[in-house]
Design a protein around this ligand. Structure first.
Ligand code: COA
Length: 306
């Protein structure tokens, strides 16, 4: 696939929710949360909408890409502010982008990986030239802050890529899948709060992360040793470590950021890529493996050459 990442952006709202603050809200402790999940704090959007978060991340990515004309806007979110129109259409209005193919995608935590796949294919076939791909999540609006099983896990954020065509092949392979019979492990009714069977989601995640990583490497004809960075969805440090163990991954290849963000659903992966890019950690030729799982139950991986 000849689509490449021309710009990256991210945004974390300034409000913080620490483990200590959660101790005053539910029957929990900093020690329990950190030991069982690896999370210490998360960002909370407060009055900011999902559209506000998306706008900030998109502006960062567009600026870095040199403000190209975008003919596609894809937004991944599981917490949209409105039933319709899409966040993508309203984001286009905010950014002054008209006439683009705009849509939202509901793939939960796997949503950004799915959106890259859709945008990359549209660029490959010529139906889009430049796509703004955003993940914007305000999990704080859908979590019950009296439920200690879920409220400790999640935070708010947005991340974005600008993807353009031309040049060499950067997306080496992708693998998208789902286990739909198990959807009831993790869901939210319209207007309701998140309902989660944490143990079942945990088992699913530990099973499918290595599967997706193995499949995408096989499709690309690459080995794990050739990969420079593994960027996994950040839900629980124990899930990440268990997946890493199956591949004997050295710690220095594994990117872990959840201590300061919690699980920001589909915004997780673009936010990490943006941070690493801005810190100069991604070098041309580096293979990066993005792998995610989430409600659906969905999962997937993309192998990308920087
Ligand atoms: N503070 C203190 N105790 C808590 C707690 C909290 N925040 N949350 C749950 N507990 C208690 C439980 O009530 C249970 O008590 P019991 O043994 O008396 O019944 C005990 O801790 C163990 O609960 P369990 O659910 O087995 O814990 P766990 O080790 O599986 O960790 C999760 C719970 C949610 C952290 C873990 O299952 C997980 O991360 N699952 C995946 C969730 C996920 O990734 N969701 C998003 C997908 S994108």
């Amino acid at each position: 696939m000849n689509a490449y990442i021309a710009g990256t952006g991210s945004y974390f709202p300034p409000g913080l929710l620490t483990n200590q603050m959660l101790e005053n809200m539910v029957d929990t402790s900093d020690e329990w949360i950190y030991q069982r999940t690896g999370i210490r704090t998360r960002h909370i959007a407060g009055d900011m909408s999902v559209l506000d978060l998306a706008e900030q991340a998109a502006k960062n990515a567009l600026e870095q890409a040199g403000h190209p004309n975008c003919d596609m806007i894809a937004v991944s979110t599981c917490t949209p502010d409105m039933f319709y129109p899409s966040v993508a259409c309203r984001l286009g209005a905010r950014l002054g982008i008209d006439n683009a193919f705009c849509f939202d995608l509901s793939g939960a935590c796997t949503g950004f990986i799915q959106a890259i796949e859709v945008a990359g294919n549209a660029i490959q076939t010529g139906s889009a030239k430049t796509a703004l791909v955003v993940a914007a999540e305000k999990l704080s609006s859908g979590v019950d802050y009296t439920d200690r099983n879920t409220c400790i896990l999640f935070g708010d954020a947005a991340g974005a890529f600008v993807m353009s065509g031309g040049g060499s092949e950067h997306v080496k392979a992708s693998y998208m899948a789902s286990r739909n019979q198990d959807w009831a492990c993790l869901y939210a009714d319209i207007g309701g709060h998140m309902v989660m069977n944490g143990r079942d989601v945990y088992k699913f995640a530990v099973d499918v992360m290595p599967e997706a990583m193995g499949k995408v490497l096989e499709r690309a004809g690459k080995t794990i040793e050739q990969v420079r960075w593994i960027i996994p969805h950040q839900a629980n440090i124990r899930i990440i470590k268990a997946a890493a163990q199956r591949f004997n991954l050295p710690d220095e290849k594994l990117v872990v950021t959840l201590d300061k963000t919690g699980n920001t659903s589909s915004a997780t992966i673009p936010c990490i890529v943006d941070e690493m890019h801005r810190e100069g950690k991604l070098q041309p030729g580096d293979l990066i493996l993005l792998v995610a799982f989430g409600a659906g139950l969905t999962y997937g991986a993309v192998l990308y050459e920087w």
